[in-house]
Design a protein around this ligand. Sequence first.
Ligand code: PA5
Length: 430
Amino acid sequence: MKLEIQNTENFIDKAKFVEYKANASKANKFLYQKNGLGNDFLGWVNLPNKISEELISDIEQTAESIRKKIEVMVTVGIGGSYLGAKAVIEALSDNFSTLKNETNPKMLFAGNNLSEDYLFELSDLLKTKDWAITVISKSGTTTEPAVAFRILKAELEKKYGEKEASNRIIAVTDKEKGALKQLANQEAYKTFIIPDDVGGRYSVLTPVGLLPIAIAGFDIRKLIQGAIDTAKNTSVEKNENDAEIYAAVRNLLYDNGFTNEILVNYNPKLSFFAEWWKQLYGESEGKEGKGIFPASVSFTTDLHSMGQYIQDGKRNLFETVISVEKTKYNIILEKDKTNLDKLNYLAGKNIEEINKSAELGTLNAHLEGGVPNIRITIPEINEYNIGELIYFFEKACGISGYILGVNPFDQPGVEAYKRNMFQILGKPGY
Ligand code: PA5
């Protein structure tokens, strides 16, 4: 991957940037020396290198044996126990995989909302499918996945009987704490452990993400390799590495009044990657009255909805574009005899050439409109490059949070809605 920041230069002071880069290097050292805030949640820093062959094989074998017997895998989880897997699977899948007859099981998600209609409609669909559940919760007590799991487990037992249902449930949870772990022990579910020192939003390279990604049919070894290489490239030995530079530049922009960052893609396969990124940065930085607000758009789709605001609205936005060099397939626009649609000037071009022109045209327009632009380019969407992006953004997020002066590894604000909801619902103790 390649990071380009030259289109932020008109919006930042060079001398200040040197200062911010020095802070970023210091913050990166804190991550390795474990002497910053939240240092009991730094397991992700060296994680890619520490994923054992035993764990990878166990995940692959479990995935392979369940894949053979099902049409649909329902992955139950929310937040960090959901977004990473969903982001990677969407990025790597055919846009229309749910409607195509492929050998891979269809991946559906539940427990990421409290919609009754969603659960009803899902249960209804599953009546006619051969299916299984992967239930993921680090705490093992989160309400949304627990509610969905209770409903879906009952459906599964109704369909296959209790014994076979427990062969069709895989749990990913803490090594000892939480209701899910107790249930998994009692029902003898195949279980994978989430390391204590890896928080939810940094857990995609643990079984939380790796298992569903493997079940969906993707190569987790390549994903991990991308992360391993990026861990090396963003380590403290690499002075002024991309993660430090990205963290430094976005903090300097923030201090110059650019308080909103928009992650932009020009390929709809990456739109869920932005959801993962939003959680990573929003939950890590948005605290103590501080933090860049992370937003996202998919272009060119959203140029026809959010484009006006980005071009012309309140000038507190900067963009980080994930640009993909090469598409998987090619379609050439042919010359048309009648040219009634007046598109013959594009004849002979492939669609991506038009997309890239839109990207360049948008970049220049937004720069003129006062929107600083950071660009991250990957050669193509594949497991390796997505693994690179994951680790790059995680590392930059840890550094960025430290520059901002917050603990990037806690999420105290998430409790507020839960307290109120539990009180309203009459949960004992609230
Ligand atoms: O990043 C986080 O820690 C959160 O988003 C959690 O992942 C989310 O709340 C789900 O928690 P759990 O895995 O304990 O069910």
